[in-house]
Design a protein around this ligand. Structure first.
Ligand code: FAD
Length: 482
């Protein structure tokens, strides 16, 4: 088969979104602007992934194996120039105004080439996500202002979300498990704020972060009842970074230990009061788990793309490997799983747009404000000062609370858990099966296929281990059976 006839995945002519997910084609008739923007996002993201990421990801991976602190800042700057790291920020405020669907497209395209480098670019939306979950007006405006300012200056601005501790990983994400655990971090009330102590570990971008959103209990022996969420600038005295982990995969995405040694956090940086920390965690998970499922699908797609290309070029017994029936059968088998889970992930992204925090941007008061107010004014000092007044501050979070209920968060966690397990298990399965097809040459680093397998394995662990996600899924759908 001619290379140009291989119109699948990485090699397809963009945009192929509505061709590969027919439901989006149907939706395009009802909401043309919504789907057209997603198609445009696919063109931009695919071009960046193919032209900027693909030629260098293996070299970055090699470099990071030797030096876990290495970051390809040139690649990061190119993404920053395209505003891919502030894609979710509304256009009026300086971003691309990309919806949850558009961001899903971005995450998929970049992760199909390299999840670790995709993480360095797209996980920057984390600050915005944490702020939107809070939805206190001053927090949201302030975070967006910082993101937009940094993007304009071409300066990196990284955020970390720190929940895992040496004594608690899964336990920090689940109410029942948390009730049993003993936390190794603690916070105590002092005049004007709080003092934080303890260690968090395996924190993505912990070594690069300018701000950390940390979940820490006031009483380590009663974490569930006393867990609070703090916003910590990493320049604060007492904050330090420990070991950067050497991982089997996703080497270009730094994962680090962070230490809190009597770190002072002022009252206004208490994002969630004691007892509300787990709720904050669950709401973030209700969004991120679905996206990690899509990262899994993307890696499976990328690995399969490489495999198809290889099998189309490799001669065996006088014909191409791709012409063997067993190879066609195996590829079709993998494709059907990718198609099914991918469609489910896009369903999830559309649900985020229609019913979760992304829907806020479509609500009349916010849509109208974004339309009427001049861009400079929205992120200006006057509005920011106004948003700090207590009644205004709480208005946003009250409004959001009326849209995103606790019950709805748990429904999204359930669906997200299903996708996270389905997508990341698929990535490992496909990552392994394509290596079986390719054979010995697949073991070679330069072919770029064994990297998918290594990267995929890591996703089964984070955002809650897949076992923990299965337990979550069971509890939230069937309940606790005795
Ligand atoms: C690359 C990477 C990036 C990460 N980034 C972050 C980050 O940015 N922020 C952050 O906070 N954390 C992060 N983590 C940590 C990650 O979320 C945890 O590793 C994960 O939650 C699992 O926790 P654990 O490793 O402590 O395993 P444990 O919780 O100790 O689990 C060990 C084993 O026991 C099983 N298990 C645990 N509890 C139960 C239970 N109740 N019932 C049955 N089985 C159970 C698990 O499934 C697993 O098989 C990251 C991890 C990695 C590898």
């Amino acid at each position: 088969m001619d290379e140009k006839d291989l119109k699948y995945g990485l090699f397809a002519d963009a945009p192929d979104l509505v061709d590969t997910i027919p439901a989006l084609g149907k939706l395009k008739k009802a909401c043309p602007a919504y789907i057209s923007r997603a198609e445009k996002a696919q063109c931009i993201a695919r071009k960046f992934a193919r032209e900027e990421m693909l030629p260098r990801v293996l070299a970055i991976d090699t470099r990071c194996s030797k030096d876990p602190q290495y970051v390809d800042w040139d690649l990061w700057r190119k993404a920053n120039d395209l505003k891919l790291n502030i894609a979710a920020v509304p256009v009026k405020m300086g971003g691309l105004g990309w919806s949850a669907l558009d961001n899903a497209v971005l995450v998929e395209e970049l992760s199909s080439v390299c999840l670790a480098n995709a993480a360095n670019i797209t996980f920057n939306t984390f600050g915005l996500l944490g702020a939107l979950v809070e939805c206190k007006t001053d927090i949201v405006l302030n975070i967006i202002r910082m993101m937009v300012d940094a993007q304009k200056k071409g300066e990196p601005l990284f955020w970390s979300w720190a929940i895992t501790e040496p004594s608690a990983g899964t336990d920090m994400e689940d109410g029942e498990a948390m009730a049993q655990m003993k936390a190794s971090t603690s916070a105590r009330k002092v005049p004007g704020g709080y003092r934080l102590n303890g260690t968090k570990c395996f924190i993505t971008n912990g070594s690069l972060a300018h701000y950390v959103i940390a979940t820490i209990p006031m009483d380590p022996s009663h974490p569930k009842e006393s867990m609070a969420t703090f916003f910590v600038p990493t320049t604060t005295k007492g904050f330090s970074v420990g070991r950067i982990e050497r991982k089997c995969g996703q080497k270009a995405s730094q994962t680090a230990e962070i230490f809190f040694d009597d770190v002072f956090v002022p009252e206004e940086n208490l994002w969630e009061p004691p007892g509300r920390g787990l709720r904050h965690t669950r709401e973030i998970l209700s969004i991120t788990r679905g996206y990690i499922g899509l990262c899994g699908v993307a890696m499976a797609r990328g690995a399969l793309d490489h495999c198809i290309r290889f099998a189309n070029q490799k001669k065996r017994n006088g014909h191409m490997l791709l012409d063997e029936d067993w190879v066609k059968f195996a590829i079709a088998d993998m494709m059907k799983d990718i198609m099914a889970v991918r469609a489910a992930c896009y369903n999830f992204a559309i649900a985020l747009d229609t019913s979760h925090i992304w829907s806020l941007f479509e609500k009349l008061p916010i849509k109208a404000s974004l339309k009427i107010l001049p861009g400079k004014m929205i992120l200006g000092d006057a509005l920011l000062n106004l948003s700090r007044l207590k009644p205004v501050r709480l208005l946003g979070s009250k409004y959001k609370g009326s849209i995103v209920s606790d019950r709805m968060v748990e429904k999204f966690v359930t669906e997200g858990s299903a996708l996270k397990v389905a997508g990341t298990d698929l990535a490992v399965r496909v990552g392994s099966r394509v290596l079986d097809i390719v054979g010995l040459e697949g073991m070679a680093y330069d072919l770029g296929m064994e990297k998918y397998f290594r990267d995929a394995k890591v996703t089964q662990i984070y955002e809650g281990s897949n076992q923990a996600n299965r337990i979550d899924l069971f509890h939230n759908t069937i309940g606790t059976l005795r």
